[in-house]
Design a protein around this ligand. Sequence first.
Ligand SMILES: *[C@@H]1O[C@H](CO)[C@@H](O)[C@H](O)[C@H]1NC(C)=O
Ligand SMILES: *[C@@H]1O[C@H](CO)[C@@H](O)[C@H](O)[C@H]1NC(C)=O
Ligand SMILES: *[C@@H]1O[C@H](CO)[C@@H](O)[C@H](O)[C@H]1NC(C)=O
Ligand SMILES: *[C@@H]1O[C@H](CO)[C@@H](O)[C@H](O)[C@H]1NC(C)=O
Ligand SMILES: *[C@@H]1O[C@H](CO)[C@@H](O)[C@H](O)[C@H]1NC(C)=O
Ligand SMILES: *[C@@H]1O[C@H](CO)[C@@H](O)[C@H](O)[C@H]1NC(C)=O
Length: 468
Amino acid sequence: MAFWTQITTIFFFFIKTHLFLLFIINSASSQRILNTESTSNPTTTEDCNNRWIHIRNLPSRFNLDLLSNCSEYPIFDDFCPYLANHGLGQKTHPKSRSWYRTDSLLLELIFHRRILEYPCLTNDPNVANAIYLPYYAAIDSLRYLYGPDVNSSFLHGLELFDFLQSDEPGIWKRNMGHDHFLVMARPAWDFSQPLSNDPPIWGTSFLELPEFYNVTALVPEGRAWPWQEQAVPYPTSFHPQNLAFFEAWIQRVKRSRRTNLMLFAGGGGIGATPNIRRSIRNECENSSISSNNNSNSSSFNILEKNGMYSKICDVVDCSNGICEHDPIRYMRPMLQATFCLQPPGDTPTRRSTFDAIIAGCIPVFFEEMTAKMQYGWHLPEDKYAEFSVFIPKEEVVFKGLKILDVLMGIPRSEVRRMRESVMELIPRVMYRRHGSSLGLRTKKDAFDVAIDGTLQRIKDRLANVLDR
Ligand SMILES: *[C@@H]1O[C@H](CO)[C@@H](O)[C@H](O)[C@H]1NC(C)=O
Ligand SMILES: *[C@@H]1O[C@H](CO)[C@@H](O)[C@H](O)[C@H]1NC(C)=O
Ligand SMILES: *[C@@H]1O[C@H](CO)[C@@H](O)[C@H](O)[C@H]1NC(C)=O
Ligand SMILES: *[C@@H]1O[C@H](CO)[C@@H](O)[C@H](O)[C@H]1NC(C)=O
Ligand SMILES: *[C@@H]1O[C@H](CO)[C@@H](O)[C@H](O)[C@H]1NC(C)=O
Ligand SMILES: *[C@@H]1O[C@H](CO)[C@@H](O)[C@H](O)[C@H]1NC(C)=O
């Protein structure tokens, strides 16, 4: 496989820069896994009708070369440490079985690695139902977003387009790009700068280019009125490799004592301007002050009456990205909390929504853009009332509604049912480790759900195009 030869070259580069001996070993062994399992994998006998995917062969400048300068992107952090384990990052601890220091920027690499073990791959683009472009779009965008090419951000993607038109142009022409898809591991907002902005304000124009209108982009956050893109879950740090590790986690989530009513893990809300994060901080600080000092306060009464909670509210301060590669900081508190607050920040979505689900902590949303308008494939829209709480942010920020009062008003039996619904979602929002056991492969994970959704979307699209 050419991909693996290239990856090995890259690895030697890493060795040269004394980075990843481990990375090499891993890749060699997973290649072995791939080779043996492609013959013995029962899923290869599964019906591949209408499910064939062709991986477009792209020059390495569109993917692997972009990883080789992982420490050289100006302004942006060095992301070399997160390349380990094919983009899952290093394990949180040498003995950890399922937990990694995962950076969501590497979803492009994670996805690429996973699609290599998809059972219905075809070398023949003419029989493919979808064409995957292994282009690391978000990593390539760094040079426009933060680097020397900031003033030519409207060029992002054109080089790829030229390649697709000149190298085997028939693959594109067959369906005018409508069957092509790729992953872009940053919010769509970062790729949708109108071409008319002069001077540029923020973002590349990849999603604004007519050249790419027909292509499906999988992103962690879509726009309010998306056209090309569909949102898929941010990768969390949980990547089990077999059923036993997965079940062990589920048992832990199930048994965990939820002694804290609500938790906010995040930053912001420090300034003076009213916003939802600030309201949450105030409410949390006041609840802990009064429960300690004023025995007549409402939160004290709640603790007394309820008996279940020893704490009303907890804030895990994740300012300046300190939690990002350190899941222990927030996963333990999430296991101990009943509700996890998901206020919008710089953008409406949060990786934390998925961390909370993995921890069996019921998400509390403050606007529809945080999840309901985004993750239709992974979190069914008609089930939100069953697995989450919605409190409009305006009510809290401007009308004095207390989050605490809303959450305390939910009967205990209802809370239990909600937690069960959250736990049912865990497989759908996790990205299991590549090369995982056949037993675990029987559960559809975030990748599998994304592939199903993409195939369906492309099928519908082609039916529409042909109709006209
Ligand atoms: C990455 O390396 C290539 C070749 O060495 C160089 O041309 C390119 O500018 C580098 N990109 C960044 C962002 O450093
Ligand atoms: C981009 O353009 C602005 C305004 O013309 C200029 O001040 C800036 O130096 C340019 N940046 C780069 C990296 O060329
Ligand atoms: C996108 O599809 C439309 C038809 O639906 C076609 O007219 C157009 O040329 C396609 N765009 C590209 C860049 O292929
Ligand atoms: C909560 O605390 C903030 C400052 O920490 C204060 O301005 C506000 O009045 C307090 N609210 C209540 C209900 O005590
Ligand atoms: C509340 O009580 C704690 C000790 O229980 C004390 O340290 C703190 O200063 C008190 N806060 C207020 C606002 O009285
Ligand atoms: C406690 O609350 C009650 C009403 O809920 C009020 O009548 C009483 O004065 C309060 N006592 C103190 C010490 O604040």
